[in-house]
Design a protein around this ligand. Sequence first.
Ligand code: XMP
Length: 514
Amino acid sequence: MEDRQQPILVLDFGAQYSQLIARRVREAGVYSEIVPFDISAKEAAARHPQGIILSGGPASVTTPGSPRPDKGIFSLGIPVLGICYGLQVMSVLLGGKVVSPEKKEYGIANIEISPSLLFDGIASGSQVWMSHGDSVSEIPHGFRIIASTSNCPVTAIEDADRKFYGVQFHPEVVHSLDGMKMISNFVLGICNAERNWNMENFIDLEIGKIREKVGDRRVLCGLSGGVDSSVAAVLIHKAIGDQLVCVFVNNGMLRKNEAENVLELFGRNFNMNLQYADAEEDFLSALKGVTEPEAKRKIIGKLFVDTFYKESRKCGDISFLAQGTLYPDVIESKSPTGGPSSTIKSHHNVGGLPEDLKWELLEPLRDLFKDEVRELGRKLGLPEELVDRHPFPGPGLGVRCIGEVTKERLDTLRDIDSIFIEEIRKAGLYNKIWQALADLLPVKSVGVQGDERTYKEVCTLRAVTSEDAMTADWFRMPYDVLERCASRICNEVPGVNRVLFDITSKPPGTIEWE
Ligand code: XMP
């Protein structure tokens, strides 16, 4: 199992697809890590990589100062695959030439291929996704062309002796129909990596690590009932049993019946040491009159930590705070443009913690992607309804109650949310949607109900599809489902008389409204 430490390294040149590359490698059964594009060859070698992938990126190698990897990575004797910008930068560094033709190429293309290990089992004419401005005009010494299209003579190259490969298209995206096969050809066929990345191995290894790190000390875990913290808690519980204390904070901004469900599942079914902290009043009184979204977030974040401290006093000495932080939140990527990398998303859990936190952090899921966490949850015996739950923000309905957060408005929102989710589940659509949410707007409109004029608040319903929440598209919700939701909400929820459906993608919108 030490081989898990021998990753395929993805050098990130700022592509929006870097995470996708790492995920595809893991789908092939091999551990993969994303690292900054300028990692030194020495540092890269110290991670014992089985292969290196150079990602795409927005820059042009023809521009002075554009990002370059340490040339030493080509002398490590490790296979390299360059993708798009990665191909171009490899070509230039190894003696080839790249030009910026006037005609750019975006979209689907079909490649004519020559036999190569990279294309093993793939027929000529295979569909790929192109998105590039520059092209390789002269290939480096020792290379040969292994794929081309009518627009792009150098679509893929190889130096089979040194095991260097480059492709102009993006094998990691679904529109490249044989892309996954190419990635597994590289990882398994060319790098000869062992297929040992799976959740059974992960559980064994991680339980050992947790036991070693924690020893006989005690861990406090904030359990929200969401997928990440639940999976983290169950994994840690498996490792250290009663040395784990879970705290479930009722901040007053939970969904309908959430507290009862969480207490039932974890306290009774999983037999965990679970403390219930009813902090509804603390949260709601601190939020009184506050409408600015960032101010709300800060208050909520601080009160969470205060509540954890307060609860920890009841359970003796605590040394660790456990969190369900995931890999996309911790990728230490360095932006080629000097600004924050597009792959860095400030983590809401981590972001809310004070700098002088008195506990060490325990984050057993920090190597995993969301879909891996779900698989892990299943392996650990968590029920399907929990594992498949849509993401729910830490500050809860607080970020969906636009304007002032009051008990009355939260109750209204809880009812709306529960009708919306119930109708989506009844229509069999829940698992087709990344996230469905309702927001209550601080806007009143005139309506008519039972011959009476009404003047009530407006709510919006939103459902999106997404791979990773970085981008999202609005879900094409069937009209009959929308109609049932609107009709039930207006009839059953006293506080609203108008229902809107949000058809904004991300970008330009975000998923939450705030
Ligand atoms: P946005 O609104 O930025 O959200 O498009 C992206 C994803 O992050 C979730 N989200 C949060 N999750 N704590 C969390 O644990 C938070 O404070 C938070 N804010 C947003 C959001 O629901 C979506 O899945």
